[in-house]
Design a protein around this ligand. Sequence first.
Ligand code: DP6
Length: 347
Amino acid sequence: AEAEATVRVPMNIALVKYWGKRDDLLILPLNDSISLTVDRLTAETTIRMVPGVGKHTVEINGKSVELSSNKRYQTVFDEALRLQRKRKEAEASSADSNGNDPPPIFYHFHVTSTTNFPVAAGLASSAAGFAAIALAIQRILRLDDSQANRLARIGSGSACRSMYGGLVHWRKGEMDDGSDCLAVRTEAAANWEDLYCIILVFDDGRKKVGSSEGMRRSRETSQLLKHRIESIVPQRIQQIQEAYTSRNFEQLARVIMADSNQFHAVCMDSTPPIRYLNEASWQLIDTVEEFNIGGIRAAYTFDAGPNACVIVQKENASQFLKAVLQTIQVPSEDLQVIGKELAEQFD
Ligand code: DP6
C-alpha cells in the first residue's frame, strides 16, 4: 500500500568543519566534525512511497528538481529500497508461508519539501533537506537510527548531523563500509538556550565550486588539509565540547572562528585555489573583530559560500545586529538577515 510521512528537520551549522572525503560514494569524511542545530531554520518534507514502476519526483519550494542532474537523490532512493527489500525478505523467511501474494517489488518516491530559508546559499540547506528525506523514509520503512543516519549521509554528508538537536558530533569512523561513521548527540547535547544564530545572506546564488568538487581538490592537493586532519581537528572537537558544556562563550567563539578561517585557508591552499568568501564576507569579519574588542561576544563562521553565520548570546544579539547594519556596505536589497526578528525582540 501507499505510505506517507511528513517531518520537519532543522539545518545545522558546522563549528568544526567537515572538508574532505575518504570515500566519495559512501560519503565517508576524512575528519570528525561538530555542529550546532539551528532549530528555527527547517525543511518540512512530505514523502509518499507509491507501489509500482514510476519515476521518482522531488519538488523543493515549489520547483521540481531535475533528478538526472542530481544523482544523490537516486542514491538515497536506491538505498532505501534495498533496505525495504532486505526487511521484506527477512519477514518472508520468518513467517510461515500463508499463500498471500508477495508484496510488490517496485516502488517510487514523491518528495515535496519547503524550507524557510534560501536553498543552495552555501548554508547547508541540503543538510536539512536530505536529513528530512532520511527521517521520513525512516518512518515509512521503520528503519533504525543508524540506517537513517546513513541514508541522510549518502544524500549529503553534513545531513547526518541534522538528525539531532543541540551539539552534534559526526564521527568519521574507521571502517571501509562506513558502519562506524555516525553522527551522535554529544554529552553536552542539552541545548544552550540563549545561543543565537544570525545568518547574513550576501548572495543566494549557487555555489561556484560545489562542496564535492572542492573537497576532492583539497584532498588531492592541499598539504594544509593533511596537517589539519591529523593535528588540528581532534583537539578542536574536544575544545568545542568543553566550551559548550561549561557555557564558555569565549572559548567556543575562538575555536569556531579559527576553524572557519582554517577551512578557507585549506581552500586557498588547494590547486587551483578556491575562494568562497567575498568582499561582504570580509567586511563582516572586520565587523565581528571590532565588536569583539574588549571581550569576545560574537563568532562568525562561513561554509562553502560567502554567507555568514554569526553566533551570539541572546543578550548581545540586537547590539550586534545594529553594528552589522551600520557597517556592511552591500545594497540593502542584496542583504538578507535571517534571525533579525528574533534578535530585535531583545532590544
Ligand atoms: C563547508 O555536506 O554539502 O559546509 O557530503 O558532498 O554533500 P557533501 O558535502 P556537504 O559539505 C559541507 C561542507 C561544509 C562544512 C560542514 O558543513 O561541515
